[in-house]
Ligand binder design. Structure first.
Ligand code: GLN
Length: 312
């Protein structure tokens, strides 16, 4: 990795942070009322190596909701609990070219296109089992505690805000129920989905989660196995092809890293075998990706040749 020392990388992060802090493209998401309350100017970048070293700049301790960044991790848990065959019977692995909240299902099989659009994420939330709803919720939270290496919480206001306004997600769930793609516990599953989106994290958590995926599923800070190594490639390949919604193709082409964005303005990017990148800046572009976040990842990728197919 970067043997010239972290000093160089730290300097670059500070320089990037200072320069991009004046870029005000995009706007804070408002369709979930609670999201609209976030200070638009917040900005943090964190890098966590597979050796557990942390580099961060800006508002790295600011809490915000995980939103769609929760999706790949729930997909990973579904794989662990049910195996590939069962999970892939409920959700496909094709990029959509559609917006994150697309209501389209695959015409032949009625499956959602992939686990990272809302439809697919609701289908994978349905696969989080437990004796009862509280146990399902607890198991959900545990996933994220393994990846972040700390105690995390649901944000109640965010949860209720989304639950009260999530008519489109409710429609998607009912459509999938109609096709037998999800179980009868629709309301529970939707609550589980709204809850996973509400989980409070900071920018450092994003980078640790990314570093865990970069490190064969082992959290580099705690040493805990957050996901079985055999499923890391499932999660990373779905992030590579579908993580940035309808700009997934240009992201894969130009930046070339498995990544996942959320409407709260976070991005998790993974440099396999090296480090995880977390960026937080609430102004999002038309596709739902943090504008500064995309710019940070592009610059880091180009500067250090991080594209996974980089040949030299
Ligand atoms: N909770 C959000 C929703 O379902 C997640 C969307 C996102 O982060 N892109 O609309």
């Amino acid at each position: 990795t970067h043997r010239t020392g972290t000093g160089t990388l730290r300097d670059l992060l500070s320089e990037l942070h200072g320069r991009l802090a004046t870029m005000n493209d995009g706007s804070v998401a408002t369709y979930i009322p609670e999201l609209a309350k976030m200070d638009a100017d917040l900005f943090a970048i964190t890098i966590v190596g597979i050796d557990g070293r942390v580099l961060e700049v800006g508002d790295a301790a600011q809490l915000f909701s995980l939103q769609s960044m929760s999706k790949p991790f729930v997909f990973g848990q579904a794989l662990e609990d049910h195996g590939r065959e069962h999970v892939l019977g409920k959700v496909n692995v094709e990029p959509t070219g559609e917006a994150f909240n697309s209501i389209l299902l695959d015409e032949q099989t009625n499956r959602p296109f992939n686990p990272l659009v809302n439809a697919g994420a609701i289908a994978t939330a349905d696969l989080i089992d437990g004796r009862d709803f509280p146990e399902r919720l607890t198991r959900l939270l545990k996933i994220f505690e393994r990846y972040t290496g700390r105690t995390v919480h649901f944000d109640n206001s965010m949860f209720y805000s989304e639950r009260a306004t999530g008519h489109r997600n409710r429609a998607i769930a009912h459509l999938m129920r109609n096709f037998g793609m999800i179980s009868d516990r629709i309301d529970e599953t939707l609550d589980l989905y709204f809850q996973q989106c509400s989980i409070q994290v900071n920018c450092r958590d994003l980078a640790v989660m990314g570093a865990t995926l970069a490190n064969a599923g082992v959290n580099p800070i705690t040493g805990e196995q957050a996901i079985r190594a055999e499923y890391v490639k499932d999660v990373l390949s779905i992030m590579f092809t579908c993580g940035m919604y309808d700009s997934a193709g240009s992201w894969a082409y130009g930046i070339g890293l498995p990544a996942k964005s959320g409407v709260s303005g976070g991005i998790i990017a993974v440099v396999p075998g090296q480090f995880g990148i977390g960026v937080f800046s609430p102004r999002i572009d038309a596709r739902g990706n943090s504008a500064r976040g995309v710019a940070v990842c592009r610059e880091l990728s180009q500067r250090y040749g991080l594209h996974v197919f980089e040949a030299g």
